[in-house]
Design a protein. Structure first.
Length: 484
């Protein structure tokens, strides 16, 4: 067998185990994994290093307008470069439908934006306007193209679909084998809290945390899960930030719901006290759901360890600390007018490795599962997320001992701050590959604009999750009525 590249002498880590071995690569794919491989036009020495699947980032807002029209600071070029420096070989940002916009138009728009990417990419479709045409014509067309996941919101007035709209989406998703992602916060609870705080003149950034109660997340997660169960549709709860929310998810998973979830580094690393920094600096830490408290951090780690969360993703939502981002509505506005979101696509995996693996909270195998393998399975990335013959050569080689201090200037994004600034982390992705091409090596970008490719995805793999039939859908219990 001839190889273009051989990675040799490293410790290969998969979600199942680790072993010393070599990887042979040809035509962008892994073609051999063996104890020892000779040959190769290029030989990469991975001695003393961990060789893992490149990360797959599945929660990133890239070249995306918020519902109120504010564009993220990162486009597919800067966003993908930042992702690559953070150990990712591919990502699945969102393609967002604005109300009144056709899904065909959304996909066309993001296809043009995606062309700049240096890593492979796909999209989750955000649906804010599920018209009859969207449900019956456009979503099926998107599925046929391999866009097999989309996201709905239970909050933000311009995005919130209401329970009926969610049921429409969930049942179409079930029919086509797609998975629905949900941002779960009770919109009315948040609006009511906003009114209460405004009436008392409480408008500093720190009140953002008070305005979006833990109960708002817990209530909405529970409701989303029951809606999904009614139509037996798979559901993925994004950015879970509360103990109560994680426990609802755990319980429903035990009861057999087709239910997946993630949390994000900011809920593990930061607290609501960060919103109370001097002046307007707290604005940097405004994201939704909001940062919580220290006690919640260890609970979330427990759920990472137990498998409640299949992934830890960044929710990279880059709004600069200036008038183009956080302060697009003015420098001296109440918290409710400050753009929501923070960057983190480059810091996600170094943070998870350092605080997870190095501190003994998770194993290296769990790190691989959480950063790529689980994600690939849930979101139908059939050629990514594993080191095995036939898979794309999407590989990250890590030095598990090198120490770094996080600095905004090293994130390679278009941002002017990092919420993780100053954190001391151990473990650095030294070489990152996408389909056999080195894209980052020793802190240098080796990729060129546009070399990433769009990838379509398979339907969600629901083997091992038996059908759930609500009584009302069971002809034996609903007077013999066939409803699906
Ligand atoms: O505050 C956040 N997370 N902004 C990005 C949009 C979203 O809700 O994920
Ligand atoms: Zn969200
Ligand atoms: Zn998000």
């Amino acid at each position: 067998m001839t190889f273009e590249t051989v990675i040799h002498g490293g410790t290969i880590v998969t979600a199942e185990g680790q072993f010393k071995g070599d990887i042979g690569i040809a035509d962008g794919r892994i073609v051999a994994v063996s104890e020892k491989l000779d040959g190769g036009d290029t030989r990469i020495d991975a001695g003393g290093r961990l060789v893992m699947p490149g990360g797959i980032e599945t929660h990133a807002h890239i070249a995306q307008e918020s519902s109120s029209g504010v564009m993220t600071a990162d486009d597919y070029l800067s966003g993908s470069i930042s992702a690559a420096f953070g150990g990712n070989s591919s990502f699945i940002p969102f393609a967002a439908q604005q109300r009144g916009q056709s899904v065909d138009d959304v996909i066309k728009t993001y296809d043009a934006r995606g062309e700049r990417s240096v890593i492979d990419y796909s999209y989750h479709l955000i649906i804010s306007d599920p018209t009859e045409k969207v449900l019956t014509e456009e979503l099926p067309r998107a599925f046929a193209r391999g866009i097999t996941s989309f996201k709905v919101f239970m909050t933000y007035d311009l995005m919130n679909l209401g329970d009926g709209g969610m049921l429409d989406i969930l049942s179409v998703a079930r029919e086509h084998g797609a998975i629905t992602m949900v941002h779960a916060e009770n919109n009315d609870m948040v609006k009511w809290m906003n009114k209460l705080l405004a009436a008392r003149g409480l408008s500093d950034p720190k009140y953002h945390a008070i305005s979006r109660p833990e109960l708002a997340e817990e209530e909405a997660i529970n409701r989303a899960v029951q809606l999904a169960k009614l139509v037996d549709a798979p559901l993925f709860v994004v950015h879970v930030s509360t103990e109560g929310g994680a426990e609802i998810i755990r319980r429903e998973q035990w009861n057999g719901a087709k239910l997946y979830a993630e949390t994000c580094p900011q809920y593990l690393a930061l607290t609501r006290n960060d919103l109370d920094r001097p002046g307007t600096e707290g604005a940097k830490y405004i994201c939704s759901p909001p940062l919580r408290d220290e006690a919640t951090q260890e609970v979330l780690w427990k759920h990472i360890r137990m498998g409640t969360f299949v992934g830890v993703h960044s929710d990279h939502a880059p709004y600069r600390y200036d008038e183009t981002g956080k302060f697009v509505n003015g420098a001296d506005v109440p918290y409710s007018k400050i753009a929501n979101g923070m960057p983190g696509i480059a810091a996600r995996l170094p943070y998870l490795f350092s605080e997870g693996v190095v501190k003994g909270r998770i194993t290296p195998e769990q790190f691989v599962a959480l950063s790529s393998s689980n994600t690939a399975k849930v979101f139908g990335c059939t050629t990514k997320g594993r080191i095995a013959p036939g898979m794309d050569a999407d590989i990250a080689i890590w030095d598990p001992e090198e120490r770094r201090t996080v600095r905004a200037v090293d994130q390679h994004d278009n941002m002017d701050y990092s919420p993780f600034e100053g954190m001391e982390l151990t473990g650095v992705p030294k070489l990152v590959m996408n389909r056999g091409r080195v894209i980052v090596e020793n802190d240098e970008l080796m990729a060129t604009e546009g070399q990433g490719q769009f990838f379509g995805r398979a339907p969600v793999d629901l083997r091992g999750t038996p059908d759930y039939v609500a009584k009302e859908f069971d002809p034996a219990q609903n007077f013999g009525t066939v409803l699906r």
